[in-house]
Write a protein that binds this ligand. Structure first.
Ligand code: ZN
Ligand code: ZN
Ligand code: ZN
Length: 264
């Protein structure tokens, strides 16, 4: 089953996306398609249309249109910052085509936030006439337990995003860890023996809730996956220059991720 496993990267941008509207900087004005980054999201494909979407970015519709995401079996939330959740309404389109509700897995804290921000998705409101809200089934995600979806298994990886605990996810030997400033030792253990790790690395300057590229490289040196990609990138990072910086810091297979990257 895991032979068919792949991870498709839908967006590698930080919360604003890149380019930032009206920003005059050279990265925002760049013609290189790898400098155009939608908001951070990805999906695991287990084959046979069993796709597990990680987060619902505000760019979800556009991401679905330009990727191979044609069906969603489940949604897993890393956390509930706006750049990871505000595309939730676009799940409706998948409801229409699939003619079924979609299970949405979130931790207790994330569930609380989702219920507050998107009440109309989870509670019937007689005043919200028409508009057809998405049909979602909220399910509890235990951050300490492997999730068995029937067609595949996913291990949540608790990491720190500033002071907040958020989740990365590992399926087989591929892991996706966005929005992260530190990885506790227990979770480092869960990230050993990987073929591919996708890890946060916002920019060169320090940030209170994200790893810098150099900090990400340091962690990748320790974990030594066969291949690694850095994601959730700001407009301060130019694709080719970022890769040159990484090459100057490490001889491992580490590169900047880009939208549309398919890992299998
Ligand atoms: Zn984010
Ligand atoms: Zn810019
Ligand atoms: Zn975040």
């Amino acid at each position: 089953m895991t032979a068919k496993l792949k991870l498709e990267i839908l967006g590698t941008g930080t919360s604003t996306g890149v380019p930032i509207p009206s920003c005059p900087c050279r990265v925002c004005g760049s013609d290189n398609p790898k400098n155009k980054r939608l908001r951070a999201s990805a999906f695991f494909s287990f084959g046979d249309g069993n796709n597990v979407l990680i987060d619902t970015s505000p760019d979800l519709r556009q991401q679905a249109l330009r990727s191979s995401l044609d069906r969603i079996s489940a949604v897993l939330y890393t956390h509930t910052h706006a750049d990871h959740t505000f595309g939730i309404d676009d799940l409706r389109s998948f409801n229409f085509i699939q003619r079924e509700s979609i299970p949405v897995y979130a931790t207790e804290k994330s569930t609380e936030h989702l219920m507050k921000s998107f009440t109309y998705c989870f509670e019937t409101d007689p005043d919200y006439e028409g508009g057809a809200p998405p049909r979602l089934e909220l399910k509890h995600l235990d951050p300490k337990k492997e999730l068995d979806l029937g067609f595949g298994k996913i291990m949540p990886i608790p990491v720190l995003h500033g002071r907040m605990e958020v989740l990365g996810f590992r399926a087989g030997s591929i892991a996706y860890v966005t929005d992260c400033s530190d990885i506790p030792q227990k979770s480092m253990e869960l990230l050993k023996g990987l073929d591919v790790l996708v890890l946060d690395g916002l920019r060169v300057r320090p940030h209170p809730t994200h790893l810098t590229i150099a900090q990400a490289v340091e962690i990748l040196e320790e974990l030594s996956p066969k291949q690694a990609y850095i994601t959730h990138l700001s407009h301060e990072v130019e694709h080719e220059e970022g890769n040159a910086l990484i090459a100057s810091l490490s001889s491992r297979n580490i590169e900047l991720a880009y939208d549309g990257l398919v890992i299998d």
